[in-house]
Design a protein around this ligand. Structure first.
Ligand code: SF4
Length: 575
């Protein structure tokens, strides 16, 4: 890329953000200027500027408010929060006031699903007082007393009971044990061997925690087997509505992620690591950057770390609003400042990754588990969890639960344990109708399916999958058609557009929902879903299109009786 286009673009998105900060928008002059600075064609810069939601939304106001359109927020307000916010701010979603005073952006998830509905006012979560004013809801004011209300989290041994509360969601991502970070890195660079680190990871059976569950040791050894220079990348683009464990990890335990990335770099022989953090998580990006600076000062990162021959440094790159950027080939494009479009594989990133070089991409939760494994041994980690899937997983419970929060649990525990013992069931007066697992690419389960074990493999015949392990409780007050439209609307909004089945099919799905109008139309609408889902499932280029199809299919089964009676649902407010 450097040879073809000029300077590598890890700073391109920052450059466009800077232009936007200066006068609220990215205009043609900004594009030409950025292209000149980076030695890129203007068309390439324009491609990025028009792809990412942060830039494509248009002009920003002096006060920029982001409101969550995720599933937990839809459930918590029955989709009413966006309309109420529009009225309170005097501006429509996606628009900026004529005088430039305020703009309102819809975001598919802000990562505050334990305290929905969520709003970011500038860079910080809206305070309770602000929310109370915006929503006209005195309860909202009581709910949060100040911005940035999440206290620094204390690491605890991962033992029951997993205390949790709205104010302090619990992160136990020591993972298990919670020792101080950077405990193992100095001894590894001083006396460790790559083979030893690799063999402990292989013995642990650690798989990627982002949702795909690919064996980490295999990915690392494939990367290590390719010629240098190689890269390691942390995926902090947690976009799944319902998931917020990565955000809390990045905000409250950034050094553990950095140590995991450093160990990954050591194992594959990389001297450079990058972490992509989504722009919806500004505090996470800020704390990771601060942690990198601290780690450099402490000698953990840089040239000749801890007086060893090992060089390793980390760069934090902030995205600009794209769900699909969480897919690893799209993420590599985003890191390079390009449109975050998926590309066909092979070649895999392990041979053709960042800037065309061999790259191991791992989710930040996966990386956070690495220091514990290297310190305690892979065998100790493998003793945790399920025979089919060792280790632990962070699971996020949504606002409708009595005890929402992040819980670290061993693989194989029944979902009912999470819903009833840890989450405490639903808060009064709500009745559980369904649980959405794994976000919009996961699926829906009925309350009588909760004895299934927590595993990455498909949970049901309909293909409901654990994904990044969010559990969003959907109560019986939420209309089935609203949930169905929400699922299709997410697909249409976040499809990267690279393949027709997904780009067009998700829009066809919305049209189908809009035809619902009682029993006569419902049978036809539901029957018309089948061929559409089949096309999405077999012909989509990446897991996004297939995931949308699986999630919708499981939703149709869970809500079959309601959907046969459903009338049209055309609101675009939160659904
Ligand atoms: Fe892009 Fe969707 Fe095709 Fe994946 S399935 S490549 S997200 S258009």
């Amino acid at each position: 890329l450097q040879e073809r286009l000029g300077r590598p673009g890890t700073r391109m998105l920052d450059r466009l953000r800077q232009a936007q900060d200066e006068d609220g928008r990215v205009d043609a002059d900004d594009l030409a200027q950025a292209a000149g600075e980076f030695g890129w064609p203007v068309a390439a810069v324009t491609g990025s500027a028009t792809y990412y939601a942060d830039f494509a939304e248009g002009r920003r106001g002096r006060r920029h408010v982001r409101v969550c359109e995720g599933t937990s927020c839809l459930v918590s307000s029955q989709g009413q929060h966006i309309a109420r916010l529009e009225r309170a701010l005097g501006v429509r979603l996606g628009e900026c006031a004529a005088d430039g005073s305020v703009s309102l952006q819809g975001v598919r998830c802000l990562g505050y699903c334990y305290d929905s509905p969520a709003v970011l006012d500038g860079e910080l979560p809206a305070s309770g007082e602000t929310l109370g004013g915006l929503f006209g809801d005195p309860l909202a004011a009581q709910r949060r007393t100040r911005p940035g209300w999440v206290e620094p989290l204390k690491m605890q041994a991962a033992q029951i009971p997993y205390a949790s509360a709205v104010e302090r969601p619990v992160v136990l991502a020591g993972l298990v044990g919670g020792e101080e970070p950077w405990a193992v890195w100095p001894s590894v660079v001083a006396a460790g061997s790559r083979e030893k680190v690799m063999s402990e990871i292989a013995a642990s059976g650690l798989r990627g925690r982002g949702g795909a569950g690919f064996p980490v040791a295999k990915k690392w050894s494939m990367t290590a087997g390719e010629p240098a220079p190689r890269y390691v990348v942390g995926n902090g683009d947690e976009g799944d509505p319902g998931s917020y464990g990565d955000r809390l990890l990045m905000e409250h335990d950034p050094h553990r992620i950095l140590e995991g990335l450093a160990l990954a770099g050591f194992a594959v022989g990389a001297r450079h690591g990058l972490i992509l953090v989504r722009s919806e998580y500004p505090t996470a990006a800020e704390r990771l950057r601060a942690a990198v600076a601290q780690a450099r000062q402490a000698g953990h990162l840089g040239k000749g770390v801890h007086d060893s021959p090992v060089d390793f440094d980390v760069e934090i790159v902030v995205g600009a609003g794209s769900y699909v950027a969480g897919e690893e080939t799209a993420l590599l494009h985003a890191l390079a400042g390009l449109r975050a479009a998926v590309r066909a594989r092979p070649p895999y990133p392990t041979s053709h990754g960042f800037l065309g070089r061999p790259t191991a991409v791992n989710n930040v939760e996966t990386l956070a588990a690495v220091p514990w494994i290297v310190r305690h041994g892979g065998a100790a980690y493998a003793r945790l969890g399920h025979p089919d899937e060792p280790g632990t997983k962070l699971v996020c419970l949504s606002q409708r639960f009595r005890r929402p929060g992040v819980y670290e649990v061993e693989f194989g525990v029944p979902l009912r344990h999470l819903v009833e013992d840890l989450g405490g069931g639903l808060r009064e007066p709500y009745q559980l109708r369904a649980v959405q697992v794994g976000g919009p690419l996961g699926g829906f389960l009925t309350p009588d399916q909760l004895d299934l074990p927590l595993l990455t493999r498909p949970l049901t015949e309909a293909g409901a999958a654990l994904g990044h392990a969010s559990l969003v409780a959907v109560d019986s007050t939420v209309p089935a058609a609203a949930i169905l439209r929400h699922a299709w609307a997410f697909g249409a909004a976040e499809s990267c557009g690279a393949c027709t089945p997904c780009r067009v099919g998700t829009r066809r799905g919305i049209e189908l929902v809009e035809r619902l109008g009682g029993p006569a139309q419902a049978a036809e609408v539901l029957a018309d879903h089948e061929p559409l889902l089949e096309v999405l499932n077999v012909a989509s280029l990446c897991a996004f299109g297939r995931g949308v199809a699986c999630a919708v299919r499981s939703l149709l089964r869970v809500y079959a009786s309601e959907l046969h009676q459903a009338t049209a649902f055309t609101s675009n407010r939160g659904a």
